[in-house]
Design a protein around this ligand. Structure first.
Ligand code: TXA
Ligand code: MG
Length: 321
């Protein structure tokens, strides 16, 4: 399969064109505030199947549905009072809620890998919201990378993985946050964290007073995609490295004395490090391959706030196998 992948701008003319591709069952990668998504009409089973196919994604790993408003989300899933509070507080934004399917909804079971729970979010990116409105349907949107590889935060990353396999990518520049949404589910009377993300979970608890069970995150079986080795460059990673050894390429964080090839944030800012994380993992991997380094060593990242999310991604990226 090798098709022409169009690179579109966020102009109204191009967004209308991209929306027609979606309406006719095609695949369009779109920018969000977190990472680039791989969009398809969530009601079209054949298009959804294509998403799994081009990503090489196991059918057991369900997809997030992107809508333009709370009221559209309420047509798809059932909110209780607490999830209503969270949606009103954080949407548009980088929070994905996994809630029971609404009774009458006709989303193909493939989207949720046969679960009765669907994942939804309203992205905080003006281009994404305009695009979804032009489409007139909800969009499935897994990250637009090959399954298991590093998530894309720039249209060039999408093309590195999916060029010739998807119909178009909308160029919205570099993603503002750089790491994926925080994923929560409401299950058996409690909110449970399924994925650390762009909104630190401690911030959600502090802002809303809502208790979130964190124990699920490491052991959960509800969200299969969050357990596997993930986000991986081809070159192995060594984490919490205070200095690099012979044959290693070093990714620093904060001020450093010695030479380093990459720095997640010279000023030691976690927000900046999150924004740069996936782009630097991709660039460091290419540099390591072309300059024959056998390992990428990464400096320690403070394990609080967004640092927890960054460390979560690095840990998965460093898993062997
Ligand atoms: O920031 C984001 O969330 C990005 C942008 C594009 O919106 N999307 C994204 O999608 O990260 P993806 O497919 O790469 O990650 C979705 C995660 C997976 O770990 C998946 O297992 C979980 O959400 N998930 C989706 N639907 C679910 C469901 N019905 N039940 C349990 N987990 C679900
Ligand atoms: Mg992903």
């Amino acid at each position: 399969m090798n098709i022409h992948t169009q690179i579109l701008t966020p102009s109204t003319k191009d967004l209308e064109h991209a929306a027609r591709i979606i309406q006719s069952g095609g695949l369009v990668s779109f920018p969000t505030e977190t990472v680039y998504g791989l969009g398809a009409n969530a009601y079209n089973d054949t298009a959804v199947q294509k998403v799994f196919c081009v990503k090489g994604r196991p059918s057991t790993n369900p997809l997030i549905i992107h809508v333009e408003s709370y009221s559209k989300a309420a047509q798809i899933v059932q909110f209780n009072q607490a999830s209503h509070i969270l949606a009103k507080r954080y949407w548009p934004g980088a929070l994905t809620l996994i809630l029971p399917k609404a009774d009458s909804v006709n989303i193909p079971s493939r989207v949720s890998s046969n679960s009765d729970f669907l994942a939804v979010r309203v992205p905080a990116n003006a281009i994404t919201l305009r695009f979804i409105c032009h489409c007139g349907v909800p969009l499935v949107g897994p990250s637009a990378n090959q399954s298991g590889r590093v998530s894309p935060t720039h249209p060039q990353h999408v093309l590195q993985d999916l060029h010739g396999k998807i119909d178009a990518v909308i160029d919205g520049g570099q993603c503002e946050h750089g790491v994926e949404s925080t994923v929560l589910t409401y299950y058996q009377g409690h909110f449970r964290l399924l994925r650390h993300g762009s909104i630190p979970v401690e911030e959600i608890q502090k802002d809303t007073g809502i208790e979130i069970d964190l124990s699920f995150h490491s052991t959960n079986v509800l969200s299969p995609g969050t357990l596997a080795k993930h986000y991986s460059p081809k070159t192995p990673l060594r984490l919490n490295a205070n200095r690099f050894k012979e044959g290693e390429l070093f990714v620093a964080f904060g001020q450093t004395k010695g030479k380093n090839s990459f720095n997640l944030s010279e000023s030691g800012c976690l927000k900046e490090a999150a924004k740069n994380l996936f782009a630097i993992l991709r660039d460091a991997d290419q540099a390591a391959i072309s300059q024959e380094y056998t390992m990428i060593a990464i400096a320690p990242i403070p394990n609080s706030g967004l640092g927890i999310t960054i460390n979560d991604r690095l840990r998965r990226a460093s898993m062997a196998g």
